[in-house]
Design a binder for this molecule. Structure first.
Ligand code: PLP
Length: 398
């Protein structure tokens, strides 16, 4: 049996399994239909129609118009592009307002822009990961070019009230971008009549392919592309289209529309059952962001007295895939910037493990995880002592 036959994959915020309907729809565009969508002949036109269909499907998922969708290479590119556009085009100034808990594709980009002369305000969060809307309103300045705040946090699943935030920004006359990479396909979105100017999404987070994303650009918002060249994407993102992946993203969007209602209920039930049982069975466990509105699929735990890296290694030996707060942090000795921003204390940040559920998880897998996780945590607690560092402890475990 290969590893993937018996893994319990509980890391759906890191990436997701491709839906088989997505693969099926992509295949002809990796084989037979290789024409360039910009070519004038019918063989290219066939491909262009497939891209148009994908655009309509993504628009249907977001409740917006197809011409408001720009395909990109990933969520990171979408986030960078929205911020860059506002800075280049917005005459109001060079001030950016964001938060301390953003994904690195916003956080690091803003830190970099700050080094290059932009002024950036990083809003803090409370112990549940919420932003204070009064503080946000006060922090918007007359020269704020853009407010960029994520919809759902990838580590804790905590949701920011983006519609309220967008309304505040509109009132203040500033642009608003939201990183919706973790919400897309998980909760309903309706951008028509919303005050959101830009929204980012990524295919691989909702059972589509990796290396493709989209940026929603509200039709009345001014926009400047980041990648300059040909007139692809109506002049908004140059470069020959990643056709098969765009087709896959479109199909993933269509599947999300079909599945969302049932899936949200089922995934939330699995997540809640898992969370409840783990809290009952493992003393010294807390759920990060428990007091906030959260995504239905995410559980971020802090286990007292353990190091998350050690827990991950041992869970991996039991074929459970999960992560220490976020995929980008795995293997890093530094505690999560999100949990540190929530001021939960270093111990709680160091002992954090994130489980995220998705479309293809089963109740039997949840049962399996409920059996293994408490044993792993208790074993680590029993074995860890100042004289036996985690790595040595792990080496001694079979
Ligand atoms: N934003 C959030 C909240 C994410 O979780 C991620 C990926 O983990 C990204 C952006 C980046 O998306 P991509 O992997 O498509 O660049």
């Amino acid at each position: 049996m290969s590893t993937e036959d018996h893994i319990i994959y509980l890391d759906n915020n890191a990436t997701t399994q491709l839906d088989s309907a997505v693969v099926e729809e992509m295949l002809p565009f990796l084989t037979r239909f290789y024409g360039n969508p910009s070519s004038g002949y019918e063989f290219g036109g066939r491909v262009r129609k497939a891209i148009d269909q994908a655009r309509a499907r993504v628009a249907a998922l977001l409740g917006c118009e197809p011409n408001e969708i720009v395909f990109t290479s990933c969520g990171t590119e979408s986030n960078n592009t929205a911020i860059n556009s506002a800075l280049q085009f917005e005459p109001r100034g060079k001030h950016i307002l964001t938060s301390t808990v953003e994904h690195s594709s916003v956080l690091r980009h803003c830190q970099d822009l700050a080094k290059r002369g932009c002024e950036v305000t990083f809003l803090g969060v409370d112990r549940d990961g919420n932003v204070d809307l009064d503080e946000l309103e006060r922090a918007i300045r007359s020269d704020t070019a853009i407010v960029s705040l994520m919809w759902a946090n990838n580590e804790t699943g905590v949701l920011f009230p983006v519609e309220k935030i967008a309304a505040i920004c509109r009132e203040k006359g500033t642009l608003f971008h939201t990183d919706a990479v973790q919400t897309t396909g998980k909760i309903p979105v309706r951008l028509r009549d919303s005050a959101i100017n830009f929204l980012s999404l990524s295919g691989h987070k909702f059972h589509g392919p990796k290396g493709v994303g989209a940026l929603y650009v509200n039709r009345s918002s001014r926009f400047r592309p980041s990648i300059i060249g040909g007139s692809h994407e109506n002049g908004r993102r140059a470069g020959t289209e990643n056709v098969a992946s765009i087709v896959g993203l479109g199909k993933a969007a269509e599947r999300a529309v079909e599945c969302m209602a049932e899936e949200t209920t089922r995934v939330r039930r699995m997540r809640d059952r898992f969370e409840k049982r783990i809290c009952e069975m493992v003393s010294g466990t807390s759920v990060n962001g428990a007091g906030a509105e959260r995504l239905p699929n995410t559980s971020s735990f802090s286990f007292e007295g353990i190091e998350s890296d050690a827990a991950l290694m041992l869970l991996d030996r039991h074929h459970i895939c999960c992560s220490a707060a976020s995929a980008c942090r795995t293997g890093s000795a530094e505690a999560s910037h999100v949990l540190r921003a929530m001021k939960l204390g270093d111990d709680r940040a160091r002992g954090s493990v994130r489980f995220s559920f998705g479309r293809f998880n089963t109740d039997a897998e949840v049962d399996g995880a409920i059996e293994i996780v408490p044993k792993v945590i208790e074993r680590l607690r029993g074995l860890s002592s100042p004289a036996s560092p985690d790595v040595l402890v792990l080496q001694s475990l079979s």
